[in-house]
Design a binder for this molecule. Structure first.
Ligand code: PMP
Ligand code: GLN
Length: 386
């Protein structure tokens, strides 16, 4: 048999799939892979059901149905004051994952340098490598996830095509501050580079923090491609409806990639998302409030079990240091251990890094029902406290 593509073959099955399968095999409560439970809005789901029955059910435009492109532009104006032409600056994709791939394939030339900040969401590196990009990695680390500004500046050069910026960050829960974003904006200007901004957790920011899109900073409109995901805004991750907004001249090469990756996205789901994005502010505030309560519930429970729990400013995730529990092993074996023997699945944080020594944190997803969180904490207590 002739070999498959060597870049992609060098990566294993994603940790999310691996841990979800293991959770299923052991009947574990799955706090691993980041998907919500019990938060799906009935009215948005009903709109999709209507749109399935009533149609249309054929290929929509590769750029997305006009109603959704208009709704995305209106959303970005309402929340961030952005002024985007729905027909020129907005493209719907099959999830943020496809949006990311389209941006990276559309912009990277072999040999271009790409700055990345670890911990890294799992799809970035394989796609960048496959596109021929040369990753330049910068680390933020627990417990404070502080931005090492000198290291970030040193990662840029005249060969830097772009940075991938994830804020709020998965799994760190770090929400980039306006000051950190200004520092980055200065580097992009100095090196004439772009930013692919993965902002899927834009509405999941807590304790009065605000999400600031890099694109809203002076001069950044022509440098940023901003990615969103309906999966996160409506707690419907299986829908895989995402989007990218960017200046038309930046969006054009990304559309070239998208037309050969997914081309388009189910029209019925697009219609329901368009309707949902126009929901009143109280929907968005309610989502944040619900998730804040779930975060606090899980954080308190994990502390009772004995974990040292890190602060989470945004996203679905808590990172917790398990060393106080006396477990003798790294995070990969810890997460396997609790999935198989305590019946609770989590994700090892080291899998978001390329090496290094962050090997004693487990990531737990708190976007779950109160009941699931209570039961998970009870199982962990029973396991570790006997
Ligand atoms: N980026 C980050 C940081 C994520 O955590 C995820 C998945 N949860 C995605 C992108 C992918 O989003 P989607 O499901 O819309 O493809
Ligand atoms: N983003 C989700 C997480 O971090 C998982 C998405 C996926 O499984 N590809 O858990």
């Amino acid at each position: 048999m002739k070999p498959a593509n060597s870049v992609l073959s060098s990566f294993g099955t994603t940790i999310f799939e691996t841990m979800s399968r293991l959770a299923q095999a052991h009947g574990a409560i799955n706090l691993g892979q980041g998907f919500p439970e019990g938060l799906e809005p009935d009215d948005v789901v009903a709109k999709a059901a209507d749109a399935l029955r009533d149609g249309p059910n054929q290929y929509p435009s590769m750029m997305g149905i006009p109603a959704l492109r208009t709704a995305i532009a209106a959303h970005d104006r309402r929340f961030y004051g952005l002024d985007l032409d729905p027909m020129e600056a907005v493209m719907v994709t099959s999830g943020a994952t496809e949006a990311l791939a389209a941006c990276l394939f559309g912009l990277i030339e072999p040999g271009d340098e790409v700055v990345l900040i670890e911990p890294l969401y799992d799809s970035y590196l394989p796609i960048i490598r496959r596109a021929g990009g040369i990753p330049k990695l910068v680390r933020v680390e627990p417990p404070h996830w502080d931005l090492p500004r000198e290291a970030l500046a040193a990662a840029f050069s005249e060969r830097t095509k772009l940075i991938v910026l994830n804020t709020p960050m998965n799994p760190a829960g770090k929400v980039w501050t306006p000051d950190e974003l200004s520092f980055l904006a200065g580097l992009l200007d100095r090196h004439d580079s772009y930013a692919v901004c993965d902002e899927v957790y834009e509405h999941l920011v807590y304790d009065g923090r605000r999400h600031t899109p890099l694109m809203t900073l002076p001069g950044m409109g022509r440098r940023c491609l901003k990615i969103g995901s309906a999966g996160k805004i409506f707690s419907l991750t299986g829908w895989k409806v995402g989007w990218v907004v960017a200046a038309p001249e930046l969006l054009a090469p990304v559309a070239k990639a998208h037309q050969y990756l997914a081309f388009t996205t189910p029209p019925n789901l697009q219609a329901a998302v368009a309707w949902g994005l126009a929901k009143e502010d109280s929907y968005y505030q309610g989502l944040t409030a619900l998730l804040t309560a779930r975060r606090d519930l899980l954080a308190a429970g994990l502390r009772r079990v004995g974990f040292q729990v890190l602060d989470t400013g945004g996203s679905y995730f808590i990172s917790a240091d398990f060393r106080p529990l006396g477990f003798n092993g790294d995070d990969v074996s810890f997460c396997r251990h609790i999935t198989e023997t305590a019946g609770v699945a989590a994700i090892p944080v080291s899998t978001f890094y390329q090496g290094g020594d962050v090997a004693h944190f487990a990531r737990f997803c708190f976007a779950k029902t109160d009941q699931a969180i209570h039961e998970a904490v009870m199982r962990l207590e029973r396991h570790f406290q006997g």
